[in-house]
Write a protein that binds this ligand. Structure first.
Ligand SMILES: Nc1ncnc2c1ncn2[C@@H]1O[C@H](COP(=O)(O)OP(=O)(O)O)[C@@H](O)[C@H]1O
Ligand SMILES: N[C@@H](CC(=O)OP(=O)(O)O)C(=O)O
Length: 431
């Protein structure tokens, strides 16, 4: 009798596919660790390709010359493919086709100025090429099947933050994937979805972790592993904090909160679909694939050690009523409505008698739209270039460590969580 194979979802992010050596390393992990499983491999754009595409898109959308940065992007992808498939030029045909399509889209956009309010929609059509190109190369390198996820992962029309239509997506995935997986590993794109009309959407920056969770949910996978350049989920980002410690095991609940506050190692939307179907999430290092990593799953904890989360690029906006009337529920309704309309997410908020303050991710474009909506009714002040720090499971020592020498512009504490916004400053050494 044939043994029933377990189904695993692996997700490889930008750092794990940043060049040909990284893709060879990925292939080694797949060979070593997935021999007894069916395997769906979700892949993000290579290295910093998404940022590069954002710049190229911005140039094209504003009618400027995008040729030099596009040429750099072409060269980079071609060089990686050449290094991996040097003796098989035909392997690069699909890649050449995608690069030509990208150039054509950009040229059309540059030559036919689109209305400003279609920016997000066009953004998705262009930015998605990062994942299409990367998966094309990785699938070839693995000799795996390439799957375009866009017809399967159905979203609405919320450009840049597509909302998943779960019933349709689950039906599509179950219809198509099991047969493919039976035949061998499948490589597909993170971060992308598609509307009913066949237009591409993206799921929010760094959303490929979420894609892995969506597929795992639909396929009722045994586990998801996201392969990162860190040893697992740590109590802080080692790029900014000294003496970090790894959590060997941690609950969905703790993780969702850390991700929500900005621990960029896991996209915040990733946890819920996994928790609903009790699918464990492993965070492992692609640099040390046999090391233990972190297991995220069911369960509650005794008090954990403090976790530190830093979010930069913040903006603190204060609204004051113009006639000294109190900030009432009616006023708040107007402010929240406007924030939702311009899609500015609130990371922290506080109100006093006549003023209401929110800390949000900064976007010049969205802030300008917000001011346009609320300027008449409120006096509005804002500061940009701020940092937001969150300490989960804080104690006096951890608060002292982060607040020493800083002027706090807004501060809040609950039983578990201490948060403050302050002016950003040059990082010299680790915190
Ligand atoms: N609590 C944390 N634990 C581990 N890594 C963290 C944490 N918070 C932030 N990070 C950062 O997340 C990075 C990995 O996530 P990311 O760069 O999104 O990976 P990828 O794009 O390759 O999927 C690490 O290099 C680290 O700097
Ligand atoms: N490439 C997309 C999606 C993503 O999730 O990337 P990564 O897995 O490298 O964070 C981005 O940079 O936003």
């Amino acid at each position: 009798m044939q043994e029933q194979q377990s189904l695993q979802v692996y997700k490889f992010g930008g750092a794990s596919v940043k060049d040909a050596a990284a893709i060879r390393n990925l292939a080694g992990i797949v060979r070593e660790h997935a021999v007894h499983s069916q395997l769906l491999i979700v892949v993000s754009a290579m290295g910093k390709t998404t940022n590069a595409l954002e710049e190229i898109f911005q140039l094209a959308f504003t009618g400027q010359d995008f040729a030099p940065p596009l040429a750099t992007l072409h060269r980079f992808h071609r060089a990686v493919a050449q290094e991996l498939f040097e003796d098989k030029p035909a392997e690069n045909e699909k890649l050449a086709e995608l690069l030509a399509q990208l150039e054509q889209h950009l040229t059309e956009l540059q030559q036919n100025p689109a209305p400003a309010d279609s920016y997000d929609q066009h953004y998705d059509q262009i930015i998605s090429f990062g994942e299409l190109l990367a998966t094309c190369i990785v699938a070839r390198a693995l000799g795996a099947q390439w799957l375009d996820c866009r017809p399967l992962l159905r979203t609405d029309h919320t450009w840049r933050e597509g909302r998943i239509d779960w019933p349709t997506t689950e039906w599509n995935v179950r219809e198509q994937l099991p047969d493919m997986l039976q035949r061998g590993p499948v490589v597909t794109q993170g971060f992308l979805g598609g509307t009913a009309a066949g237009q591409t959407t993206t799921l929010g920056r760094e959303g490929s972790d979420y894609t892995a969770a969506i597929f795992a949910y639909c396929l009722q996978a045994e586990a998801v592993t996201i392969w990162k350049d860190v040893a697992g989920l740590l109590n802080a980002d080692p790029k900014f904090f000294a003496d970090t410690v790894r959590f060997p095991a941690i609950s969905y609940q703790e993780t969702i909160e850390m991700a929500y506050y900005g621990a960029s190692v896991i996209h915040p939307k990733t946890i819920k679909p996994l928790a609903v179907r009790q699918i464990p999430l492993f965070v492992k290092s692609f640099l040390a694939p046999t090391a233990e990593g972190t297991r995220i799953g069911e369960g509650r904890h005794e008090q954990l050690s403090p976790a530190f989360i830093r979010k930069d690029g913040q903006c603190l906006i204060s609204f004051e009523s113009k006639d000294l009337t109190f900030i009432s529920e009616e006023n708040l309704e107007v402010i929240f409505g406007a924030l939702a309309q311009v899609r500015l997410k609130i990371n922290m908020m506080q109100n006093s008698a006549i003023s209401f303050s929110v800390c949000t991710d900064y976007s010049a474009y969205r802030l300008e739209k917000l001011l346009g909506l609320l300027r008449e009714q409120f006096t509005i002040h804002y500061n940009t270039g701020l940092e937001l720090y969150t300490i989960k499971n804080y104690d006096p020592a951890s608060i002292g460590r982060l607040t020493a020498g800083r002027e706090l512009l807004l501060e809040q504490r609950t039983r578990q969580t201490f948060q403050f916004a302050c002016r950003g400053r040059e990082v010299s050494g680790l915190l």
